[in-house]
Design a protein around this ligand. Sequence first.
Ligand code: DAH
Length: 366
Amino acid sequence: MSSSSSVLDPRALESLLQNIKETQTLSGLDDIRISILGKKGLLTEHMKTLGALSPDEKRTQGAFLNSFKSKIEEALESQKKLLETLALEDSLKEVWEDITLPIRPSISGKVHPLTQAKEEVLSFFTKKGFSLEEGPEIETSDYNFSDLNIPKHHPARQMHDTFYLKARNPQNPEEALLLRTHTSNVQIRQFKTKKPPFRFVSIGPVYRSDYDNTHTPMFHQIELVALEKGLNMGHLKGLLTEFLKFFFDLPELEIRLRPSFFPFTEPSAEVDIGYSHKDGKIVLGKAENWLEILGCGMIHPNVISNCGLDPSEIGGFAFGMGLERIAMLKYGIPDLRSFFEGDLRWLNHYGFSWGTSPSLFGSVVP
Ligand code: DAH
């Protein structure tokens, strides 16, 4: 480009802008920038000629060159951004990762034994057609006690060492609020809001004011409920037997139902599993002794009618079981309190590797 005083043709702008838009590489863009705005670039050369112009020409040509310059700069910048975005997208395609894939076990944490036990329980019952249901941990005394056929002043209320809250039920200030003492509240919540038949399992925290080797103020319970026409104790026993053999992975596990009392079931039973002693350890299976593991029974007609259903039409069974208790027995964990201490050494020892946890789609335990 000569440093003549020739006026830059406005049409040149259009074709330069077009060139910029068609440039596909960052280095190509840089070449264009230098050829226009560089020391010896088209525009720079034209700027140099301004001095030779008359004041009027200088004003119009100067303004034209300035706007020419900013249009070129804008076009260069936006094309650069576009090319950079495309380059980023390309490189992301190459390093694309499936974040749903399990990470390498060597760098993963451990699955808490309670999570493991919960998944194992769920993998069994969901396959039997039970859904997973939840209920609130802050509960009214009606849902936790009265509707479950545990009236005021019933000794069972005292047995539960309940944590009462200062707050009252906003809908009924007569009624106390408390931390639920068992997961049986989920029965009432379900029966009062949905239509039979019911088949569900609920697993969650419950609270009782108690603390020693075998008690913590918070622990977890599993509640299982079936309410449909034609159910009897035989169905309950069959399901429990199958479940306990599956959970403890012991096809020969001996099981007995012992008559008991719960206000919300009639008849009621406690379930024991057989064990023997070997080298100072408890070995589950053969019944030299019995270990109580859960409570169960046929749902009391009063519970069914308290929820607005007709006990002459429909009946069912339920059981309640401590999650920590079955996890301790299965995985050989001696102290209940250790579950909640958050000690990483404990978790590394008793925890499970990622991916060995069974899921609703089946067990992947190697
Ligand atoms: N809710 C009882 C408790 O915490 C456990 C229980 C026993 C639940 C028998 C049930 C059942 O559903 O049938 O002590």
